[in-house]
Design a protein around this ligand. Structure first.
Ligand SMILES: CC(=O)SCCNC(=O)CCNC(=O)[C@H](O)C(C)(C)COP(=O)(O)OP(=O)(O)OC[C@H]1O[C@@H](n2cnc3c(N)ncnc32)[C@H](O)[C@@H]1OP(=O)(O)O
Length: 204
């Protein structure tokens, strides 16, 4: 049976385990750099991992924080990432593209010609409409709705329940607060909140 290894014993990993098993696959090794985490959902967690274990099965970085996920991918450089995986309840257009290491949570919808990059999270019940572009390491939270042609920059996080109208662009490394309505494009490296969403701070 196909096995998938996970890196990161986090709450996010719990949902990924559900996705792996509901596809009829098995969880292989679970790695984490924190030696204090020994057990995770009844499974052993390995902190003193070696290359043989890391490369034994395709890997998903099961860490919700975009910056940490990116750091781990860079650190594990040569490891083979799993093809993107989706919960069986997700509806994914055959005309969309899903990158390696990306996870699509239950009831998400990804419509035609949408492009989802690598190591992204498309969380529970998110709607990614036609022609959207989600760059690598982005996280689209539960119940987010992206209208057609929206572009989300690399490592950006769209907060839970946010709506973004058509053809809006969100820059890289930007955070959109929970429950926002985005009606104008947002620059990179900022946190934006509210209705309509406006930047409240900028960061590196
Ligand atoms: C399965 C899962 O769990 S997926 C994860 C889902 N989680 C999310 O989507 C969380 C998204 N995060 C947020 O909404 C956060 O509140 C953030 C990122 C917008 C702001 O967090 P921080 O940078 O820590 O800012 P902080 O909490 O200090 O708030 C700054 C100001 O913005 C306000 N603010 C924070 N979040 C929001 C929001 N979503 N909408 C409107 N105002 C907000 C605060 O009240 C505060 O206002 P004040 O200065 O007048 O007191």
């Amino acid at each position: 049976m196909k096995k998938i290894n996970l890196f990161g014993a986090s709450g996010h990993a719990k949902v990924i385990i559900d996705i792996i098993e509901s596809n009829g696959f098995e969880v292989g090794y679970i790695f984490d750099d924190n030696p204090d985490i020994k057990l995770f959902l009844g499974r052993e967690v390995i902190s003193n991992y070696n290359d043989v274990q890391l490369n034994s099965n395709p890997l998903i970085i099961s860490i919700g924080d975009n910056a940490v996920r990116k750091k781990i991918v860079k650190k594990l450089n040569a490891v083979q990432l799993s093809p993107g995986i989706a919960h069986p309840s997700a509806i994914i257009s055959p005309y969309s593209k899903i990158g390696k290491g990306t996870v699509i949570m239950p009831n998400a919808v990804i419509n035609s010609d949408a492009y989802i990059g690598e190591n992204c999270i498309i969380n529970t019940s998110a709607v990614i409409e036609h022609d959207c572009i989600i760059e690598d390491f982005a996280h689209i939270s539960p119940n987010v709705s992206l209208a057609g042609g929206v572009k989300i920059g690399e490592s950006s996080h769209v907060g839970i329940g946010t709506s973004i109208i058509q053809c809006i662009k969100i820059g890289k490394n930007t955070i959109v607060g929970a429950g926002a309505v985005v009606s104008k494009s947002l620059p990179p490296n900022c946190t934006a909140v509210g209705i309509p969403a406006k930047p409240i701070k900028f960061h590196k």
